[in-house]
Design a protein around this ligand. Structure first.
Ligand SMILES: NC(=O)c1ccc[n+]([C@@H]2O[C@H](COP(=O)([O-])OP(=O)(O)OC[C@H]3O[C@@H](n4cnc5c(N)ncnc54)[C@H](O)[C@@H]3O)[C@@H](O)[C@H]2O)c1
Length: 324
């Protein structure tokens, strides 16, 4: 079994590749070390993967259609994670987000079509639900309107994927991921940023009054869901599905900070400021479809997941200190 993972050097890609290699799967990864955060962080994510003979890597940009010409072997499934991620930066550079996320996805679909590859798992996002206030968010709800360029780019890709399924019989699962966290989490995301801030006794800026909420999902649960989506695709034809991978347990910002204080044993120096445009007030996944189709079963409670993250965070920083 050979799987192509785009965005393999990132948070989700590197965790997914590590788990898949453990099951004996061969992984071919692509990444361009986008400068959204430091290359060295991504190189660290890749280091354990590079040690495996079941891992190969192409440094390349999905905006460049010819990058796929370097792939000589047949791949069984493409897992497309490469993207410009993050909501707030997408307000500053919308054109770049659309270019990477939409045109990059188009390049992958074209390459798959032209090379008789027809199994694709696409990383979409809970943000596509936009200002929706029908809780929990259900995949059956198609009356959804994204409120940031990032979210719009993900919704556009879902629709583009449908077009390629319809025209060229590509089997595709759009997975809508809900705020993923855990070891190697992107440094811009709330849990990682908040741990860094609290651990260093710095002021913690919180947007809103603490009553916004997120359906935080632990990385291992997401990885299990993505692997189940691959199996689902490999065992069937004529697939086009959109599936939420969340936790169905929204946590308010105030509750999150209280949990972080318990885990770190430190008091956060909170500074409240106004909510940011483009952010959603709440995310909450219906996971009925994931349970039914993928036997998805998220196992990790927020408090357990935060402990696991904090252990990783401390190890990483202790290792850095001992190198100095
Ligand atoms: N982390 C989350 O909470 C979350 C939630 C919803 C959806 N997602 C989606 O999941 C995917 C992975 O997210 P992540 O958190 O691991 O982000 P990440 O930024 O850590 O990983 C994305 C990877 O894609 C690579 N990349 C960016 N532009 C590229 C390009 N032009 N060519 C090749 N590679 C490129 C980056 O270098 C990076 O390594 C993304 O598509 C993201 O939108 C993530």
């Amino acid at each position: 079994m050979k799987i192509l993972i785009t965005g393999v050097a990132g948070f989700i890609g590197s965790n997914l590749a590590a788990s898949m290699i453990k099951t004996g799967t061969e992984i071919l990864g692509i990444d361009n070390f986008d400068d959204f955060y430091e290359r060295s962080v991504k190189e660290n994510n890749l280091a354990p993967l590079r040690a495996s003979e079941n891992f190969s890597f192409i440094e390349g940009d999905i905006r460049n259609a010819s990058v796929f010409n370097n792939i000589k072997d047949k791949v069984d499934v493409v897992i497309h994670l490469a993207a410009k991620a993050g909501i707030q930066p997408s307000l500053q550079m919308p054109a770049e987000y659309l270019e990477v996320n939409i045109n990059g996805t188009l390049n992958i679909l074209e390459w798959m079509k032209n090379n008789q590859l027809n199994k694709l798992v696409f990383a979409s996002s809970s943000s596509v639900y936009g200002s929706n206030n029908r809780i929990p968010f259900s995949e059956e709800d198609t009356n959804i309107f994204p409120v940031s360029p990032y979210a719009m780019s993900k919704r556009s890709c879902e629709l583009l994927n449908h077009t390629y399924h319809h025209l060229y019989n590509l089997d595709i699962i759009n997975l809508r991921l809900f705020t993923v966290y855990g070891p190697a989490q992107r440094p811009d995301l709330a849990i990682h940023k908040f741990f860094r801030t609290i651990a260093n006794d710095l002021p913690l800026t919180l947007y809103g009054k603490g009553d916004t909420s997120r359906d935080y999902t632990y990385i291992d649960d997401v990885v299990q869901g993505i692997m189940a989506a691959c199996r689902y695709l490999l065992n069937r034809d004529q697939v086009f599905e959109t599936i939420n991978l969340g936790n169905n347990k929204p946590i308010s910002l105030s509750e999150l900070v209280a949990s972080l204080e318990r885990v770190t044993g430190k008091q956060a120096k909170k500074i409240y400021t106004s909510e940011q445009p483009g952010d959603m007030r709440m995310t909450c996944a219906s996971i009925d479809k994931a349970i039914k189709l993928l036997e998805y079963n998220p196992q990790t409670s927020l408090e357990d997941g935060l402990h696991l993250f904090y252990d990783w965070y401390k190890n990483k920083n202790e290792a850095k200190l001992s190198l100095r």
